[in-house]
Write a protein that binds this ligand. Sequence first.
Ligand code: FEO
Length: 396
Amino acid sequence: MNKQIRPGVYWVGAVDREIRTFHGSEFSTPHGTTYNAYLIQDEKTILIDTVAKEFTAQFLKNIESITPFAKIDAVVVNHAEVDHSGALPALMDILKDKPIYCSPNGLVSIKGHFHRDWRFLPVKTGDRLSLGSRELLFIEAPMLHWPDSMFTYLGEDGILFSSDAFGQHLATEELFNHLVSPSDLSSESLRYYASIVSPFSEQVLKKIEEISSKNWQLKVIAPSHGVIWVDNPQQIVQLYQRWASGYQENQVTIVYDTMWAGTERMAEAIARGIKEAGPTLGVELFHLGHSDRNDVVAEIFRSRGLLLGSPTVNRGMLSSVAGLLEMLKGLRLKGKKAAAFGSFGWSGEAIRLMKDRLVEAGLEIMSDGIACRWRPDDRSLEKCKAFGREIAAQLT
Ligand code: FEO
């Protein structure tokens, strides 16, 4: 299958409906994903990116449905992570000594992955490649999503090939943003930003500023995952600006894991207290052991505050909670307030440890938290409700 985006510009990628985890099992992909690759035909014929290795045959077939391989003059690798470069070895076995345009870090990364000496032509921001009647402009975009990432702009058509930026993990045959479910598109775009892009929010803002200063007539944003933004492509740019600028909604997220339901009872009582004192404040409650971690992260990303709960076990916290804290540390969320809670029987270290780890993850501690010894009784649960009311007062 190939699809024409504009005259002479085709999508030749792959739709992966079955993938359910990405980056090992770090990121869940309940709606699958796409690996978008593009072919531009002019006096020269250029490929932009490839697909994950498992989809190599489909990718090569898509290309052949448009042009013989002999007509392809070069490959642009915007980003060498293997979900986009996995089919490169098979492609280069056919294209032989045709050049690969990539960033200087792209060269390092491609060689590191494949250990092959293809004909690399490293490019930097501002370098151009004439295709005949049209021209490609390269823009390095380090950390969006890896140090090697770059964008490629086809000025005559107003198409920005943006690599991972502005993408979503959303498998669809439709490919264009106005043809898919708006709610799926919206939730998957935010999940993707929260779990993948948010550590690089500073770079996002700088890159958007750099691109906006060029006053391009941007008609299409063609990322490497999910839909191609053809209907009001600025909408995703504006969302990225908001998400990158300390985004928060009027919401608090309570996340806990529990052994014998003590910490769970506390979480429920805290939620009741918050609702009493802050009826307009949204409350999202997650049992971490039964929840998708990326859904949890997306709700934390949307929230003003996070309340994190774990019982004490073996002088520490439950490993699910420790894992979430490690993830939050990497995401470097800005402007979020947090507190810890949990039940314990003997030693009760989890609260202090969670608090320390929340600070390490860059969250502002808004309370020393609350602990209950043994199974919380009615009196303890009233204290949890009062704690919830205090939290609501701080967040509203
Ligand atoms: Fe979709 Fe950073 O690879």
